[in-house]
Design a protein around this ligand. Sequence first.
Ligand code: FMN
Length: 216
Amino acid sequence: MNHLNEKIFQLRQDFMKGVLSEKDITPDPSELFALWLQQAVAAQIEEFQAMGLSTVSVDGKPSSRIVYLREFDNNQFCFYTNYHSRKAEEIENNSHAGILFFWKELERQIRIEGVLEKAPTAQSDAYFDARPYESKVGAWASHQSHILSSRTELEKRMEELKKQHPPETIKRPEFWGGYILKANYYEFWQGRKSRLHDRISFERNETGWNTCRLSP
Ligand SMILES: Cc1cc2nc3c(=O)[nH]c(=O)nc-3n(C[C@H](O)[C@H](O)[C@H](O)COP(=O)(O)O)c2cc1C
């Protein structure tokens, strides 16, 4: 363990790959997000669509996990999940959430905050229908976040559900679908030399967005 701690302790990396300046600020943060997303795609970043999602429990305890961004448009970020999962229970109680991207190859982090709501059922149906068959059955089989007695229990359930839901007729379970985060805050972070990083935030107001530069 000591050598691991030593390794962590000694890590020193300078960030040199880019600059985020006031002239990069777009009237709407959606445009800057779209540009950065495009650049992440162009840089062939693996799992660029993986984002940290943080929610808060009824007693105010935060929890985080990775989910995949599946649709993005006009300050709305959509992911798909189980509506009976731990995260869904937390969202039910408090719809405020944060999402987080880290694209190390570009030395960029984007923090986004907003309010979640369930995606329209037609949108969830369309996304579900586009999934591979095994993933569709997987959505039926997993009581996400609930205790399993064993791996075998899950695999048996999967086989039974395949019989009940053949590929031609399988439909989205009601307990599975999308959430859309409607963003009201962004922070774009570009790593810079000597820890003097660039941070630009956008906060929604009645008429548009306030932008600020934050100290690194
Ligand atoms: C790369 C990656 C992508 C993931 N994508 C999703 C996703 O899109 N939807 C989802 O429900 N879980 C996804 N997961 C699993 C979640 O991180 C998490 O384990 C699961 O949603 C249960 O979380 P909860 O118990 O807090 O509800 C992903 C995990 C990883 C590592």
